[in-house]
Every structure is written in C-alpha cells, then in structure tokens.
Design a binder for this molecule. Structure first.
Ligand SMILES: [Zn+2]
Ligand SMILES: [Zn+2]
Ligand SMILES: [Zn+2]
Length: 117
C-alpha cells in the first residue's frame, strides 16, 4: 500500500495511488476528479476506500449543518466547493470538468443526507 500526498493542491490530501487530478486506485475514470474532506480528520481523500485504507479510523460523513463550508476539492483546478454546491453540480463551476454522476449514488458515505439517499 502506498499513500501519496499531493503538493499540487494546497490542502491536506491523501489517497491510494492518487494522480495529480485526485483519481485513486479505486476510482480512476476520466471523470473521477474530486476529493472529499472528512470531518473526522480534516483531510481530503479521493474516496471512502482511500480513507478506510489510510486513516486508521472510522469515516464520518460531513455534517449537514456545515454544507456551506468548502469540503469538496476539484482535482482539475483545485477549486473548493461546498457540499451544497457539489450536490447540485454536474461539473466544476470553475473549470467545467465533468463530475462522475455515479458518485451521486453514494453521497451518504460522504455527506450527512437528511433523506439517507
Ligand atoms: Zn478521517
Ligand atoms: Zn480511493
Ligand atoms: Zn475545477
């Protein structure tokens, strides 16, 4: 197992075999270009599996009362989005990089969702 810390982005960011656009060993298609901040350790990870392998503790979803804080990193342009903005967006509002629509099916892993969807 190898962890990369990525100096391109000016945030605490770790992932398993992560590339410069925050694709990781688990999610590495063209559009897997975001990393998500975890409130348990205030660190961005490309996915929940990276957190599971590297963090050594249980992941906490981002709390619903903090959805206006920057917790989503665009791996293409380093823009920080709030979860509220990310959930509404199909692509990065700053660089127009497309986001993987498949991520939306497991938002509850990263964000405290009222519906649990
Ligand atoms: Zn954590
Ligand atoms: Zn991963
Ligand atoms: Zn972007």
């Amino acid at each position: 197992m190898a962890a990369w810390e990525n100096p391109v982005h000016q945030v605490a960011l770790r992932g398993v075999r992560m590339d410069a656009q925050t694709r990781c060993a688990h999610y590495h298609s063209l559009i897997d270009v975001i990393a998500l901040k975890h409130p348990c350790c205030a660190t961005f990870y490309p996915c929940h599996l990276c957190h599971g392998e590297l963090a050594g503790h249980e992941a906490m979803p981002w709390p619903a009362d903090r959805f206006d804080e920057p917790a989503v990193l665009c791996g293409v342009c380093s823009a920080l989005l709030s979860p509220a903005a990310y959930i509404e967006a199909d692509s990065c509002p700053n660089c127009q990089a497309l986001f993987n629509p498949g991520c939306k099916s497991h938002l509850h892993l990263y964000f405290e969702m009222e519906t649990g969807a």
